[in-house]
Design a protein around this ligand. Structure first.
Ligand SMILES: O=c1ccn([C@@H]2O[C@H](COP(=O)(O)O)[C@@H](O)[C@H]2O)c(=O)[nH]1
Length: 226
């Protein structure tokens, strides 16, 4: 299985389609997020799906239970593999969302602590725990409620794997090699993430801003076995 999920972060539909076509054989999935969805909505997702590459829809839903459930209801008609929602939306929100996708192929993935945040950012929000312990707490809650997996950084992947078991999907953004951290704080290389137990590594700008996205993805894949 190819563990690379490339984030197609753009408002340009043609650019997203061109990336999806160019990367189809080099990645396991593509990710469409808030930027793309705000610009093109469900019809844009359907257009990218025509490129025959599995889609991870990263909308990070976070609202009252009824609103999230109705949103999941609208999204479940789309041909996507996984959809994200914030675990901090709470048990009722998560359970109601799960009940909507019961028996469907779409997997609900919980966002723990954004990889752009460090301990100081959490403390500013009144969260006394360090990022790692907050991630483990949220991942265990997600597992208990029945979510299919979580988004966390590679720095927590090993502990999440130990706590949540082998069938629980672990998806790690914040992947960096040789270009600084941008706005990410909890980062790791592709190989470190996979060695820590991640099922998938989410990589956006290091691929899409390179002069040759397909060959960058190919090199990253190769780096996993070197
Ligand atoms: O905690 C999170 C959750 C989601 N993301 C998303 O992943 C990609 C990362 O893109 P890069 O360009 O490789 O930084 C992006 O779409 C984020 O929305 C995340 O980074 N961290």
């Amino acid at each position: 299985m190819n563990p690379i999920i490339c984030a197609l972060d753009t408002q340009d539909l043609n650019e997203a389609i061109s990336w999806a076509n160019g990367l189809r054989d080099k990645v396991g999935m593509v990710k469409l997020g808030l930027e793309f969805f705000a610009a093109h909505g469900p019809s844009g997702v359907r257009e990218v799906a025509k490129c025959n590459v599995p889609i991870f829809l990263d909308l990070k839903l976070y609202d009252i239970p009824n609103t999230v459930a109705r949103t999941v209801e609208a999204i479940k008609a789309l041909d996507v593999e996984m959809l994200t929602l914030h675990i901090s939306g709470g048990t009722k929100m998560l359970k109601e969302a799960l009940s909507i996708v019961q028996g469907k192929k779409i997997k609900l993935i919980g966002v723990t602590v954004l990889t752009s945040m460090g301990n100081e950012d959490l403390s500013e929000l009144g969260v006394a725990r360090e990022a790692k312990s907050q991630v483990i707490l949220l991942a265990k809650l997600a597992k208990k409620i029945g979510l299919h997996g979580v988004v966390c950084s590679a720095l927590e992947a090993q502990e999440v794997r130990q706590e949540c078991g082998k069938d629980f999907k672990i998806i790690t953004p914040g992947i960096r090699m040789n270009r600084g951290h941008d706005d990410q704080k909890r980062t790791a290389t592709p190989k470190e993430a996979i060695n820590s137990g991640a099922d998938y590594i989410v990589i956006g700008r290091p691929i899409t801003e390179s002069s040759n996205p397909a060959s960058s993805a190919e090199l990253i894949l190769k780096s996993l076995t070197d």
